[in-house]
Design a protein around this ligand. Structure first.
Ligand SMILES: Nc1ncc2cc(-c3cccc4ccccc34)c(N3CC[C@@H](N)C3)nc2n1
Ligand SMILES: [Ca+2]
Length: 450
């Protein structure tokens, strides 16, 4: 088993520090890459080495494959961890690493490709026996054909761009009469957003829950599910509060969904950490998509299982067999994560960068804060507005909620607007506390007026 001499983290902020912590615990030196705007950032100071890779805009720094490869070659880093976002699901980057003799800490690029297009993903899952939402597998372009297919599926249906994600260009269609205008508008949105107006149709599930399964797979094909996560508290497809396990989960359902998630991963020859997303509605669940990267919300899985997912990714990439069997995955207690963003709740939650003048993060029993900021830090406007992930673990959901509320009130961030007030409002909301919610929660509960 080869262990890397040095790992370069091709990311920034909290996730860069998270991966550097795993490196440090494994005794592996880390290399940070930073842009102009991040020259004073915590992650650049935390690493053993730091390399400047370009101007502030992501397109000239964190997305610039050549600059990152050059930094790895110059520092002699044998492996690169991409984190999430940026190049983490970019197959050209994964292949370029390989061509330069650098290990990409993540799945084989063939697995990333398999999940890249929603249509091929659906077809692959269907063949693997993974339940997918009733619909059609190939894209449609002919309106008349679309009308007949929609009749076959039964309204309401939802139109989805094949090349897209994050809900862009999706249209819910309630009846035959609405079909044509909806198809035309969905196609034009898809053409503008993705340069590809291929649309496919699915049966519309009314306000499903978003439940996802963390997967770990080694390079010999051994694959396990680690824990389930409930991610239904979202605004415009941005997750805000996640928890593990899901309030609707039972041992039986977990075994059923987990085994399907493992089947999905095996069908594409997956290796590393990955997440299979499902939509859950009235006891039925359907494959939504697979994320071929470590996700923002991975800490809640770590808190209830004790598995260090970033470390496991590194060991897997070094060719090690999985340290765990499925029977080792036991969920202990409950964990909740709140994404603390620098955004203005009174201005439609738009990003609100600026300088943090006062900062004190919460602590005490069951609290974990994964943050990339400090007092005096200037939050740049070029990247996402994530300040930190506040995670609370308790012996059960009630204690996890009580600890999260305590931590939210302890959290001091002065000088920038944040969504702390929004999280406080959700945590005290009766429907949230009952666990009986779905992806329609934010709209229905009008939390935004917190
Ligand atoms: N057939 C069918 N029925 C209902 C759906 C409802 C949503 C949806 C809509 C709104 C918020 C969501 C949050 C998490 C998961 C799904 C959603 C949905 N999404 C939203 C973006 C993309 N991840 C898939 N697809 C759906 N597909
Ligand atoms: Ca995805």
């Amino acid at each position: 088993m080869r262990m890397f001499n040095k790992i370069l983290i091709a990311n920034r902020g909290e996730i860069a520090i998270r991966v550097m912590r795993a490196c440090r615990e494994l005794g592996i030196p880390s290399v940070a890459v930073y842009s102009e705007a991040d020259k004073n950032a915590l992650f650049a100071k935390y690493a053993d080495e730091a390399v400047f890779i370009g101007p502030s805009p992501s397109s000239q720094s964190y997305l610039k494959i050549d600059n990152i490869i050059k930094a790895a070659l110059e520092t002699g880093a044998e492996a690169i961890h991409p984190g999430y976002g940026f190049l983490s699901e970019n197959t050209v980057f994964a292949s370029t690493c390989k061509e330069n003799g650098i290990v990409f800490i993540g799945p084989p690029s063939t697995a990333i490709d398999a999940m890249g297009s929603k249509i091929t993903a659906r077809q692959t899952m269907k063949e693997a026996g993974v339940p997918i939402v009733p619909g059609i597998e190939e894209g449609i372009n002919d309106p008349d054909e679309a009308m007949d297919l929609a009749d076959g599926i039964g309204y309401p249906i939802i139109l989805k761009p094949a090349a897209g994600g994050g809900g862009i260009g999706m249209k819910i269609v309630g009846s035959r009469e609405e079909m044509l205008p909806a198809l035309t508008s969905s196609q034009s949105v898809a053409r503008n957003a993705f340069g590809d107006d291929t649309i496919y149709i699915e049966k519309y599930l009314t306000e499903p829950r978003h439940i996802e399964f963390q997967i770990l797979a080694d390079e010999m094909g051994k694959t396990i599910y680690v824990s389930d996560r409930e991610c239904s508290i979202q605004r415009r497809h941005q997750k805000l509060i996640e928890e593990s396990p899901s309030p609707v989960m039972s041992d039986e359902l977990r075994e059923r969904m987990g085994s399907i998630a493992v089947k999905a991963a095996k069908a594409i020859g997956y290796a590393s950490a990955g997440t299979v997303e499902f939509m859950y509605s009235r006891g039925d669940f359907y494959f939504l998509e697979m994320n071929t990267r470590l996700q923002v919300e991975h800490p809640i899985t770590e808190m209830v299982t004790g598995v260090d997912l970033a470390k496991e990714q590194i060991l897997i990439a070094a060719g090690q067999p999985l340290n765990y069997d499925q029977s080792d995955m036991q969920i202990r207690g409950w964990a909740i994560e709140c994404r603390i963003n620098a955004e203005d709740p009174l201005n439609d939650f738009s990003p609100a960068p600026g300088r943090i003048k006062g900062y004190r993060s919460p602590g005490g029993p069951g609290i974990r804060v994964d943050s990339g900021v400090y007092s005096g830090y200037l939050i740049p406007p070029y990247y996402d507005s994530l300040i930190s992930k506040l995670v609370a673990h308790g012996k059960d959901r009630r204690e996890a909620i009580a600890r999260m509320e305590r931590a939210l009130y302890e959290y001091i961030i002065v000088g920038v607007k944040t969504n702390l007030i929004f999280h406080k409002a959700v945590l005290r909301n009766a429907r949230f506390r009952s666990g009986d919610f779905n992806t329609g929660f934010i709209k229905e509960e009008n939390i935004a007026e917190a």
